[in-house]
Design a protein around this ligand. Structure first.
Ligand code: THU
Length: 140
């Protein structure tokens, strides 16, 4: 039995490809699209948005995370991130952290190596629980 059973990866990848075509990437010409399946079943998407001040570039995942909150929040069940050819793309390091904040240890990620979990691609992640435990220490 596959871990990713029950997830319509074709639909998720198609949604990622559709939004990838809307990317604003005039500097790198590297268009990225991402689609997330939320725990309530809705699909939320994002594309990268670059800037003349290159370092201000927003990755596709940033747009998706903003849209998650704009459309009701929730947690990511599965994520498909694609390049301009529609092929699976590994989320960058910073974006793995973004996904962690809005996912769970069982969130599935479509990668060039197959379907992996969020902890597979971001082991020993720093997250909200670390802040909480240290805050309790500070107030002990
Ligand atoms: N990019 C993303 O949108 N997400 C990633 O996870 C990797 C990189 C974008 C940023 C930039 O616009 C382009 O890809 C090239 O780095």
């Amino acid at each position: 039995m596959s871990m990713s059973e029950g997830i319509d990866w074709t639909a998720l990848q198609s949604a990622a490809i559709a939004i990838m075509h809307k990317a604003y990437a005039p500097y790198s010409h590297f268009k990225v699209g991402v689609a997330g399946l939320m725990d309530d079943g809705r699909i939320v998407t994002g594309c990268n948005v670059e800037n003349a001040s290159y370092g201000l570039t927003l990755c596709a995942e940033c747009g998706m995370v903003s849209s998650i909150h704009a459309t009701g929040g929730g947690l990511l069940t599965a994520v498909a991130c694609v390049d301009q050819h529609g092929n699976a793309l590994m989320p960058c390091g910073r974006c793995r952290q973004l996904l962690w904040e809005h996912g769970s240890p069982t969130t599935q990620i479509m990668t060039p190596e197959g379907v992996l979990t969020l902890p597979d691609i971001l082991p020993q992640a720093f997250g909200p629980a670390d802040l909480q435990s240290r805050a309790e220490d500070a107030h002990a």
